[in-house]
Design a protein around this ligand. Structure first.
Ligand SMILES: C[C@H](N)C(=O)N[C@@H](Cc1c[nH]cn1)C(=O)O
Ligand SMILES: [Zn+2]
Ligand SMILES: [Zn+2]
Length: 474
């Protein structure tokens, strides 16, 4: 693979340009959950970038957002670079939408201004999730062009703008295009997750699913003064806190009857996969930012991230949350939580158990308030065969770029489209992450290290060469 050397050299030469590209992308606040800052502009910007590199692009409209019909779903970008019938067709997926972010959440810098510190940490919303990795594919095309090295595959691109919000509309598009736009796909590669630590890359062959729920409790006709009405009214927030605290205990144990019975037992063979993973409790402490792990050994910590379900409480809409001491009784509150699911938990089975549990808990309160249970969005877990040449190729690329064998991991987060591609296209799906465990995706001060971005761009390009060598078109 000597032609990788000029490619790597060009990635190094072009690094300032690639960082500017990321800066421009981060500056577009493409927040899929906010009406005012929808990701459409970002989709158009990305389309122009791909066209400028010589690719072809369509922005597919996905209709209206279910439940919020005044909003168009952000378009899904379907792109292509190269159409040589003798080359392997590699489908790459990523998302150009991001989680919400405001400086007042606790960011040290403006979330939509890429800010680089002396350690080469590039802070900005979407830097690691998932704008940096998406741009990695574009950077790889450009560095090939500048190096005069032919891209060894046809690159088929699917970049969506709704991943952080349940990938609404995407499954239908993929099903409709499985035998059209995606017809010739040979393998799938997704860069949208993270290494376990900060030094060693990994290949990921599974994700947890995510069932996201909301509990709505309303009662008084409007917000009330707690001095005037405290003690005389059923308070929605009190009801909600009681129900939310019945879902999970402080050690992370899910308290909903029947959930644990849905989890496939960990076989001896599976248990043996965890000890060799290069991960330490110090890595965990570093990524948590403090010594707050529930678990005292790495195997337990890894299993509870990759292989067991978890339930997290996310927030309460309508609650008083700003600094100060407002003595209000909120009239309506919406509590939000999600369950990360694993084999063999089925989405509907989990939802039935959750609904039964929260209804029983509310009934116990004998409250005169009104209670509504909502399913916000659900995506299923996915597990792939890591003994496929797609993974062999990625492992070789990691060794070439980083000089180590990758860890084999399952991701605790969720990427619902993995399963859709596996089922609809019947092709092997690989997760090849760029970012590290300390990137703080979804949180304040999200960042991507310059090293991960630049070496990660080399990795994505190298993977294309190795996969072209491992798999021949039939
Ligand atoms: C792992 C991926 N980068 C990611 O962040 N996925 C999200 C998907 C999601 C599910 N509900 C809302 N967003 C995640 O795991 O939270
Ligand atoms: Zn992501
Ligand atoms: Zn995300």
């Amino acid at each position: 693979m000597s032609h990788l050397d000029p490619y790597f050299k060009q990635v190094d030469n072009l690094q300032d340009k690639f960082i500017e590209r990321l800066r421009d992308a981060v500056a577009i606040p493409s927040i899929s959950s906010e009406d005012a800052r929808r990701p459409d502009v970002m989709g158009e910007w990305l389309a122009e970038q791909i066209k400028a590199l010589g690719g072809t692009v369509e922005l597919r409209q996905l209709g209206k957002q279910p439940g919020r019909e005044h909003l168009d779903l952000p378009p899904c970008l379907l792109g292509r670079y190269g159409d040589d019938p003798n080359k392997l067709n590699v489908l790459v997926y990523g998302h150009y939408d991001v989680q919400p972010a405001q400086k007042s959440d606790g960011w040290a810098t403006d979330p939509f201004t890429l800010t680089i510190d002396e350690k080469g940490r590039m802070f900005g919303r979407g830097s690691t999730d998932d704008k940096g990795p998406v741009l990695g594919w574009l950077n790889a095309i450009e560095a090939h062009q500048k190096a005069g090295v032919e891209l060894p595959v046809n690159l088929i691109m699917c970049f969506e703008g709704m991943e952080e919000n349940g990938s609404e509309g995407l499954d239908d598009l993929i099903a409709a295009e499985a035998n059209k736009f995606f017809k010739d796909v040979d393998v799938v590669c997704i860069s949208d997750n993270y290494w376990l630590g900060t030094e060693k890359p990994c290949l990921t062959y599974g994700v947890r699913g995510c069932n996201y729920y909301a509990l709505e409790i309303s009662g008084p006709g409007q917000d009330l003064h707690s001095g005037v009405h405290g003690g005389v009214t059923h308070e929605p927030m009190t009801d909600l806190i009681k129900i939310m605290s019945s879902l999970v205990d402080p050690d992370g144990k899910i308290l909903i009857d029947g959930i644990d019975d849905l989890v496939a037992p960990v076989t001896e063979q599976e248990a043996a996969l965890y000890p060799p993973i290069a991960f330490t409790m110090d890595d965990l402490k570093e990524s948590l930012g403090n010594d707050v792990s529930i678990w005292t050994n790495k195997e337990d910590a890894l299993k509870h991230r990759m292989r067991y379900p978890s339930l997290s409480l996310h927030g309460i809409e309508g609650a008083f949350y700003t600094p100060g001491a407002k003595t209000v009784i909120p009239a309506k509150v919406i509590g939000k939580f999600s369950i990360r699911t694993v084999p063999n938990m089925e989405i509907d089975q989990v939802t039935k158990l959750v609904e039964k549990h929260v209804n029983e808990q509310f009934a116990k309160l004998k409250s005169k308030n009104t209670f509504k249970f909502h399913v916000v969005h659900c995506g299923k877990w996915w597990v792939e065969d890591p003994n496929h040449p797609n993974y062999t190729a990625a492992a070789k690329a990691v060794e070439r770029v980083f000089g180590v064998k990758p860890d084999m991991t399952r991701e605790g987060g969720s990427i619902p489209v993995t399963l859709t591609f596996q089922e609809q296209l019947g092709k092997n799906v690989l997760l090849l992450p760029m970012g590290s465990s300390t990137d703080m995706a979804h949180s304040t001060n999200e960042k991507l290290d310059k090293r991960n971005y630049i070496e990660g761009t080399k990795l994505l390009g190298a993977y294309l060469h190795y996969v072209a060598g491992e798999i021949k078109r039939s």
